[in-house]
Design a protein. Structure first.
Ligand SMILES: CC(C)(COP(=O)(O)OP(=O)(O)OC[C@H]1O[C@@H](n2cnc3c(N)ncnc32)[C@H](O)[C@@H]1OP(=O)(O)O)[C@@H](O)C(=O)NCCC(=O)NCCS
Length: 168
């Protein structure tokens, strides 16, 4: 995959470059670390969970991703890692069983948010999925995660089904 550059938003020097590349085994520790630093954003306020439980769930998610065909994308800002995106490329839609890409998790460094890094990663994942002939990209997002919803909704993602919960 070719690296892509983007116009960066306010707060970064104009000559800063942003690119996306395929991940390698050397990125593993970074993906684990940034995942842990960001995953609490996906916990709904009405289902509070201790961090240690959420971390165990994240570890299981990574194990499940490793067991399936997937792609890791790494965003770099002037050569330093700025975020990542993991997507599955052989996970059929569970209702239609038709092929689709599925974003398992993505995150951007807190200090580099709202500058287009997430959008660049998402666009690169969609390009990679199109290259594989996948007709859809899907994902799950916590309703209260307004930053993630804005990223997806502004790029054409629509709510197809709802995961509903009730405190008992
Ligand atoms: C969600 C996340 C990846 C977005 O990354 P980002 O680099 O800040 O996103 P971008 O700068 O590309 O912004 C994309 C759009 O979302 C909007 N957006 C980003 N953060 C926002 C916020 N906190 N509130 C409102 N809108 C926001 C931007 O304004 C932009 O809008 P536009 O498309 O109209 O230009 C980042 O906030 C993050 O890592 N969150 C923690 C982990 C997480 O929640 N991952 C998603 C799991 S499903």
């Amino acid at each position: 995959m070719q690296g892509r550059r983007a116009d960066l938003g306010p707060g970064l020097a104009p000559d800063v470059t942003l690119a996306v590349r395929r991940g390698t085994p050397a990125d593993r520790a970074y993906v684990l670390d940034l995942g842990r630093r960001t995953v609490m954003d996906s916990v709904a306020s009405f289902r509070p969970a201790p961090e240690r439980h959420v971390f165990v769930a994240l570890d299981r998610l990574y194990e499940a991703i490793d067991a399936q065909s997937h792609e890791t994308l790494i965003a770099e800002c002037d050569g330093s890692r700025a975020g990542f995106l993991l997507f599955l490329d052989e996970l059929p839609d569970e209702v239609t069983s038709l092929p689709q890409g599925f974003i398992a998790y993505m995150a951007v460094e807190p200090s580099l948010r709202e500058r287009g890094v997430g959008a660049l990663l998402l666009g690169a994942a969609e390009d990679a999925a199109r290259e594989r002939g996948l007709p859809y990209m899907s994902l799950m997002v916590t309703e209260e995660n307004l930053a993630a919803r804005a990223l997806y909704e502004h790029r054409g993602y629509r709510t197809e089904r709802r995961l509903m919960s009730k405190a008992l």
